[in-house]
Write a protein that binds this ligand. Structure first.
Ligand SMILES: [Zn+2]
Length: 291
């Protein structure tokens, strides 16, 4: 009887341990990992939040996007310090989404934060569920972008030049391209998603038709060969072109169905669940003549 009881207890304990450890694994973010693109340029992967990057100039470091939690930022800083002891001088935010900018507040206050002017405005935009933005809190003001620009800004770290470009509205109203000419590499944030439909934040003023024009302008302007994106591995020019074509085809398909007199519900029936949001954005853009 006693033996049976012990065995039963061991069984229960094992089940509890197993389930709690798998629960912990689900909650734990992947470790921060650096991916070397050149002697000076790295991608920052893992952690909580989007992929970012950093660039080592002659006299300092520029970081692209800042993840979402203090833990992820601390681990990022640790990893950067393993590669260089130069100080972090700049953060560049590619756009205003939380998974790219929340970590700003966990960097030292001495770092200068740079973004496109619409992006800074969007920091204060109410969330998609209507809640006020956390950036309204006065104590976060030092971690808002303090330098903004309209179309282009060059940042020099000694002899090294980093080019920031704004090609127009798309995923949001303030997405930029951080371009490294020597590496022919562009960090474009969430302007392209792979393996899932493109996110267009209509509630912030994002627009899929403008998105197509913006990406086309990027390809026409830059000789970039590699594009680092927020949520997948880097892509090449052909993949960017393919993304533009796919978006255009989707827009045409929806337009044809609107011309046939179909309403949103009828059009959405032909799409899988993960496409419904994008289809709705495109539908509303066409209906409201925002093409
Ligand atoms: Zn993102």
């Amino acid at each position: 009887m006693k033996k049976k009881y012990v065995l039963f207890s061991i069984l229960i304990c094992s089940i509890l341990l197993l389930s709690s450890s798998s629960f912990a694994q689900q909650r734990q973010a992947a470790p921060i990992k650096l991916e070397k693109l050149s002697d000076n340029l790295y991608q920052i992967l893992g952690g909580r939040g989007a992929n970012g990057g950093f660039y080592i100039g002659d006299n300092g470091v520029l970081v692209i996007d800042t993840k979402q939690t203090k833990e992820s930022v601390d681990l990022t800083l640790e990893e950067i310090q393993k590669i260089t002891d130069k100080p972090i001088k700049y953060i560049v935010n590619t756009h205003s989404d939380g998974d790219h900018v929340t970590g700003n507040q966990f960097f030292p206050k001495t770092v200068t934060i740079v973004a496109q002017k619409n992006c800074r405005k969007e920091f204060f935009h109410p969330r998609s569920n209507g809640e006020p933005s956390a950036w309204e809190k006065p104590e976060l003001a030092p971690f808002l972008p303090s330098i903004t620009f309209s179309d282009k800004l060059d940042i020099y770290l000694g002899s090294k030049k980093i080019e920031l470009y704004y090609f127009g509205v798309g995923h949001t109203t303030g997405d930029i391209v951080v371009y490294f000419p020597e590496e022919k590499t562009a960090f474009i944030g969430d302007q392209i998603f792979m393996g899932r439909p493109q996110l267009i934040h209509s509630y912030k003023g994002g627009n899929s038709f403008a998105h197509v024009k913006t990406l086309t302008k990027m390809l026409d302007t830059l000789e970039a060969e590699k594009f680092c994106i927020g949520h997948s591995d880097p892509i090449d020019r052909t993949t960017v072109k393919h993304h533009i074509e796919e978006m255009t085809q989707l827009q045409e398909k929806i337009k044809t169905q609107i011309d046939q007199g179909k309403n949103l519900e009828e059009i959405q029936k032909a799409f899988e669940a993960n496409h419904l949001r994008l289809v709705e954005s495109i539908f509303n853009e066409i209906k409201n003549d925002k093409m």
